[in-house]
Write a protein that binds this ligand. Structure first.
Ligand code: NAD
Ligand code: LMR
Ligand code: MG
Length: 622
């Protein structure tokens, strides 16, 4: 069957170009599932059954069983991939039947265990299940359950997944990186476990967060699972409980700091980029103290980004623009919005910087616009309202510190509480990235009733569920149905009676990071520029129709995540080409990319996404 037979609408010139590209790619990759080409394997018998990359379990055909010395090692009934999944789902669904009282932690963990075991033995089937049921299982393999998994990791740990670079490995990283079996790695998600969601320092157990993010890279962006690598940089932990816990899996020492810390991360970066010069590294859940510094240190030399700072910023911008449209106003009115942000860490500051820049661009894109835009923000952290009167102010928060005299005129002062700020400012938007569950208390939400907006917006973006600044039930019950609500972790929509629905949007960076990674990979850009991130955010913002936005739906359902990711990746590629950063990928050179129309870029993206289908396996001796 010709490779492109199912894409009859492609123009013939694009078809030729894509064919050349795929053919070139096949010769370079060490295993491939593109088209119907067989995958060459260098193992047989039980070794195949024990390798999750190649295992098909009961779906091995009889001819394949013969070819790979598997006859007799499996029950005789050859199952179709669909029947195989049906059998697996019986086990998984049994948990739902037992969970009469709604979702509970033990139930979520039990589901995670079943899925994780499948992940360990048959990756193709695991991603088939995940992609087909993404709405149901993203909250199990990703936020919020992944937080619980990290908190319980020493008991849950079975087979290792990913790589651990520890402070003890200094001087060895350049060679140990070759212990990873894949010749090609496209995406690394790395964490040092110092700020896992809103759960604090979980040390080496934070590896779960890198695994969960990469699950979405495969499910949403179609990155080949053989080419993803979760990484934990273990420099110790400052979590007193873990330091004393005999069952803790990581280094039981206080975290390295200062130059010692940077030296470890430097060595890791050098090692992975030496072995895989085209890899993309996503930094995840680093405490803000290091998140910004490492981003500045590496972003102009390596293909990397920080998801909590940059991915979150883009998702928040898309949501904030959606909130403006939901008021029936054009996006260009964004610079008039009064925004109170609770939380000035890596995520909060990332959002503030991006929102300020977006406003400035809309106001004329000059120095004056940039200066004036900052007066739209009031930032409250653990010590209250941040003003120029703050002692030892964090340099990253300094640009948003309010002038004391101006605050005095507004009836506010240094350290004013969130409720005071909301009362005085009467904001259009209240956005939380504080990691403090319930911070948007009844009092705060009551104060928001006086908002000058026709439709106030509440973004309770902290994760996991228990850390959300408020629940949609509380928000809708206090403020009525004329609000916009988004949360970082998934909540159900709220039934407001009389057929009315209070829509709960999930404002999570999962809508951007897979597309940022995929777009960067396929463009071959050497760095990830602000323009590429901005293009990603704008594409997400434009994704929702006017009808949806007016109903209060400002983010898409996660069931559309593969489609959104494709669109975001295409926007990232287009921008990389326009900024002359694209160097091409896998036989597709940058000049070809430049000739592509918007639709052709989207087709190019689709063609390069991995799908969970079993390839034919052919054995060849090493
Ligand atoms: N929805 C998303 O896509 C997304 C993305 C990134 C981060 N997050 C979540 O955002 C939260 C914060 O992440 P971070 O990296 O910025 O953490 P961080 O620890 O760097 O920052 C937390 C900030 O909250 C402030 N804070 C603490 N108590 C407060 C209070 N009572 N009132 C106001 N502010 C208070 C702290 O002073 C600090 O500035 C986490 O829960 C994380 O899971 C969500
Ligand atoms: O992991 C998530 O769900 C979003 C974000 O990266 C976070 O740190 O909370
Ligand atoms: Mg994160």
């Amino acid at each position: 069957m010709p490779i492109f037979s199912n894409h009859v609408r492609l123009s013939s010139s694009l078809l030729q170009r894509l064919k050349r590209h795929v053919t070139a790619g096949v010769h370079r990759s060490f295993t491939t599932t593109e088209g119907n080409r067989p995958t060459i394997v260098h193992k047989r018998s039980l070794d195949i059954l024990h390798d999750p990359w190649f295992n098909k379990g009961t779906a091995f055909s009889m001819t394949e069983r013969d070819r790979l010395d598997l006859r007799g090692l499996l029950p005789p009934n050859v199952m179709s991939p669909n029947l195989q999944i049906e059998r697996f789902m019986v086990d998984l669904k049994r948990l739902q039947v037992q969970a009469r009282d709604g979702p509970s932690d033990p139930n979520a963990l039990a589901k995670w265990r079943i899925l994780n075991r499948l992940h360990d033995r048959n990756e193709t089937m695991y991603y088939k299940v995940l992609i087909a049921n993404i709405e149901e299982y993203a909250p199990v393999v990703y936020t919020p359950t992944v937080g619980l998994v990290c908190q319980n990791y020493s008991g849950l740990f079975r087979r290792p997944r990913g790589m651990y670079f520890s402070a003890e490995d200094r001087g060895e990283m350049m060679s140990m990186v070759y212990n990873w079996p894949a010749e090609q790695v496209d995406m690394i998600v790395v964490t040092d476990g110092s700020r896992v969601l809103g759960l604090g320092d979980l040390g080496v157990h934070g590896i779960g967060i890198a695994i969960g993010k990469l699950d979405l890279y495969v499910a949403a962006a179609g990155i080949n699972p053989q080419r993803v690598l979760p990484v934990m940089i273990d420099v110790g932990t400052n979590n007193g409980k873990l330091l004393k816990d005999p069952l803790y899996l990581g280094l039981q020492q206080h975290r390295l700091d200062g130059d010692d810390y940077v030296a470890v991360v430097d060595e890791f970066m050098e090692a992975v980029f030496t072995r895989w010069p085209n890899v993309i590294v996503q930094f995840e859940d680093f405490q803000s103290k290091w998140a910004f510094k490492l981003l500045q240190r590496y972003r102009n030399t390596y293909r990397m980004f920080n998801d909590d700072v940059q991915g979150t910023a883009g998702v928040a911008i898309a949501g904030l623009l959606g909130a403006v449209r939901a008021q029936g106003r054009p996006m260009i009115d964004f610079p008039k919005q009064k925004i109170v942000v609770a939380g000035a860490g890596s995520a909060g500051i990332g959002v503030l910087n991006a929102a300020r820049k977006t406003m400035a661009r809309m106001l004329g894109n000059n120095e004056i616009a940039y200066e004036s835009a900052k007066s739209q923000f009031w930032v409250v952290d653990a010590k209250g309202l941040i003003t120029e009167g703050r002692e030892n102010i964090d340099p990253d928060a300094l640009p948003f510190a309010r002038n004391l005299k101006e605050m005095d005129r507004q009836g506010l002062r240094e350290g004013a509480s969130l409720v005071e700020v909301v009362k005085q400012v009467k904001p259009d938007v209240l956005l939380g990235l504080s990691a403090v569950g319930g911070l948007f208390s009844k009092e705060v939400l009551e104060a928001l009733k006086d908002s000058t907006s026709t439709r106030p917006a509440i973004f309770a973006m902290s994760n996991p569920t228990k850390n959300a600044e408020c629940t949609p039930e509380v928000a809708f019950s206090i403020l009525g149905d004329n609000i916009i609500f988004a949360s970082g972790s998934p909540f159900r929509d709220v039934d407001l009676g009389n057929g009315r629905i209070g829509h709960c949007n999930q404002g999570n960076n999962m809508y951007l990071f897979p597309g940022i990674g995929l777009g960067t990979l396929l463009s071959g850009s050497r760095v990830i520029s602000d323009g590429m991130l901005q293009a990603a955010a704008e594409r997400l913002a434009a994704y929702m129709s006017d009808d949806e936005v007016i109903q209060g739906i400002i983010f898409p359902s996660i069931s559309r995540i593969r489609d959104i990711t494709q669109e975001v990746a295409a926007a990232v590629i287009k921008e990389a080409v326009e900024e002359d950063l694209a160097e091409g990928h896998n036989g597709m050179d940058a000049r070809e990319l430049r000739k592509f129309s918007q639709n052709e870029i989207v087709e190019y993206v689709k063609k390069n996404m991995w799908n969970p289908e079993y390839p034919t396996l052919v054995y060849k001796q090493d």
